[in-house]
Design a protein around this ligand. Structure first.
Ligand code: AMP
Length: 213
């Protein structure tokens, strides 16, 4: 499967990607995870993006395209991939389209998780993330067994810098202005599948129906 996951921050793209990944060997590629790993490693890339990310702003299209052009040609992408958090702007979507045309590849679909704003805000403010493996928790619905410690790898679990109320407001505004137009872009391309939920079974059914077309 080659699928783009669309939807505001907190819609459940990462969780859905991880679940789909286990089904057919596709890899999840999260640009947010790549950038956070660069910050954690103290890499030059991390220094370039740290301030924009903490404020909830997007980093530049050129920087993201440089990362993704390389990443999508790596060996593990041959089985397919789930793009989580990319593309995020119309120029990124156009650049991806050009890249696919060059490589002779094609997308299966762009899956939109169309989740109401109040649900999103509640999810983001209660979300916690493992600093090491990226496992996602929720203080209300999925707390770790030991407070503050990741069940999977034993590292610290934190609230992300960009999950303060102020940064969340900004990220939602950035989403509406810069990323939401991608829904129409992929509808026009005939690739949009939209579901009003992040419930796995419903999402799976919508993808299966699409893949059978
Ligand atoms: P995410 O984990 O997908 O919510 O991404 C976290 C942050 O990383 C975003 O708020 C942006 O600052 C940056 N980011 C991730 N993906 C992109 C992208 N495709 N284009 C621009 N900025 C991005």
């Amino acid at each position: 499967m080659k699928i783009i996951l669309l939807g505001p921050p907190g819609a459940g793209k990462g969780t859905i990607a991880k679940a789909l990944m286990q089904l057919d060997g596709s890899v999840q590629i999260s640009t947010g995870d790549i950038l956070r790993a660069a910050i954690a490693a103290g890499a030059e890339l991390g220094k370039q993006v740290e301030a924009a990310m903490a404020a909830g702003d997007l980093v530049t299209d050129d920087l993201i395209m440089g990362i993704m052009e390389q990443r999508l040609q790596e060996e593990d992408c041959q089985q397919g991939y789930l793009l989580d958090g990319f593309p995020r702007t119309i120029p990124q979507a156009e650049a991806l389209k050009t890249m696919f045309a060059k490589l002779g590849e094609k997308l299966d679909c762009a899956l939109e998780l169309d989740i109401p704003r109040d649900v999103i805000i509640d999810r983001l403010t209660t979300r916690r993330t493992c600093t090491n493996c990226g496992e996602i928790y929720n203080v209300k619905f999925k707390p770790p067994k030991v407070e503050g410690i990741c069940d999977v790898c034993g590292s610290a679990i934190v609230q992300r810098d960009d999950e303060t109320e102020e940064a969340i407001e900004n990220r939602l505004q950035v989403y509406n202005q810069q990323t939401a137009p991608l829904v129409e872009f992929y509808r026009d391309e005939g690739l949009l599948v939209s579901v009003p939920t992040s419930e796995l079974e419903t999402v799976m059914a919508a993808i299966k129906e699409r893949l059978q077309d």
